[in-house]
Ligand binder design. Sequence first.
Ligand code: NAG
Ligand code: NAG
Ligand code: NAG
Ligand code: NAG
Length: 476
Amino acid sequence: MLILSISKTMAKAGVTSTSLLALLLLLFVKFCASDTSILNRKAAPRGRVVSEDGRYVIVFHAGGVFTMVHVFRFDENANLLKINGSLEVFHQAQKTISSYAEDPAAILSFVAPLLEKAIYAVPTNLQPETPVIFGAYDELYLLGEEKYEKILDVVRGLFSESPLLYKAEWVNILPAATQGAYLWESINYLMGNVGGDYSKTVAVLNQESASVQMAYAVSAKAAANAPKFPGVEEYITAHHIQSNNYYLYSHGYFPFGAYSVRTAILKYTNDSYTYCVTNGYNVQYNYYGEMYNVRAAPSGSSYEKCRANVLQALHLDATCYVENCTFDGAWNGGGGAGLEKIYLTNGFQNTGADVGITTHSKPSTDLRLLEYEKFAKVACGASTFEDAHNLFPSVPLFDLPYLCMDLVYVYTVLVDGFGIDPTKLVTAADSVPYGDSSMRIQWALGLALELISSNHTKMQDITNVFAPSRTFVQIV
Ligand SMILES: *[C@@H]1O[C@H](CO)[C@@H](O)[C@H](O)[C@H]1NC(C)=O
Ligand SMILES: *[C@@H]1O[C@H](CO)[C@@H](O)[C@H](O)[C@H]1NC(C)=O
Ligand SMILES: *[C@@H]1O[C@H](CO)[C@@H](O)[C@H](O)[C@H]1NC(C)=O
Ligand SMILES: *[C@@H]1O[C@H](CO)[C@@H](O)[C@H](O)[C@H]1NC(C)=O
């Protein structure tokens, strides 16, 4: 408490006070940490040796609404072990780092307490070899490099003073494609698919606030024959999980996330009416300082007219230079067995749950994409805001005027964009059952797995956490 109130005052004083603040926090953190070791020693069976404590990884996920920290623990073979009875130690603050562009030091008020809690979960003797990674969501790019680097530097300053294993490049923005690849790793690991052939794995289609992503495994032959795209990010990257190698196709589409895509759709109707919002709605939508007029058509929303607008926003006819394209000029990876079973996550799952196509009350729901179309037609047919609210009482009120647009978009991006057959059975999932409990689907676990699985003798040699490469790292 004392440290927190100091941190607030100091944050106001400016960035220069960061190192002093970090020092104070370090003392506080060290104090907590030594407490932990006492607890742990009490709890540990007698004669227990250090290596049996496992290996820990701390991963921060700085998102658009929450800033979260995960602590995972693995055995020598990268099997997940429980910490204090749970599959992870998880803490979050309902704060987003991008709101602090004008006062970056102020993020310490919530990032430092999260770090303290994470350190507390790791036995003191293992802290110096426990990596701490900070992955920020891709929307941060919209602030511009100068501003987001200042924010990330505050995190780097804090971490560098911690007792953990830290590298400056481990604090960064996680590109959407990499996020998709780590989500793929998390899901397939938790499902027990890792270790088998790539054809036994499932594909992931994920919707975040700023981007959508597709990730799936391809054969080594397909990876070798993949077209090269000079000057753009690699579509295929090599991943090592436990003792298995996988080639993953993954790509991120920006701005095609749940909130960002609204701007991509609204920009076509900025000077006219939109048929994608509820009758009577008339506002300006502010997205990172860019204004968009949202004027409902006098005749209200229309499924057909909104869908035409959404199709336009997807740029289906953009030049793509190779065969097999999705949308916005991107390659689809060529398909194959790794794309047979499809998991829909985050925004796709949440929008479904809001209207009752999917649910949060069980880990996953099997469905056909036609369901999204059916509900999109109902939402677009609502004649007033009240009508929409009565039909869909679970939809948050701030999203309700856009429900027609959001559902039309989910259906259209999956069917017309990614080319998924609308009658095919797919799975929308929140979590994956694992052992005697279940684990929320999140990229942080995939990142931790890949770090732990690395055959680098020194973990600090790992540099490509945020941009995996196309070839496996050869250690000599
Ligand atoms: C373990 O769990 C107990 C009970 O919830 C809690 O009091 C303790 O702080 C936890 N220890 C660690 C290291 O997280
Ligand atoms: C939309 O129109 C307003 C004027 O009404 C303008 O200020 C704004 O820049 C336009 N936005 C876009 C994305 O074109
Ligand atoms: C395009 O798809 C076909 C059929 O799946 C496949 O045989 C071919 O290799 C793919 N080509 C590219 C560049 O993806
Ligand atoms: C490290 O991993 C790569 C990729 O799996 C493998 O090719 C290489 O032989 C491994 N090196 C060692 C020393 O195990």
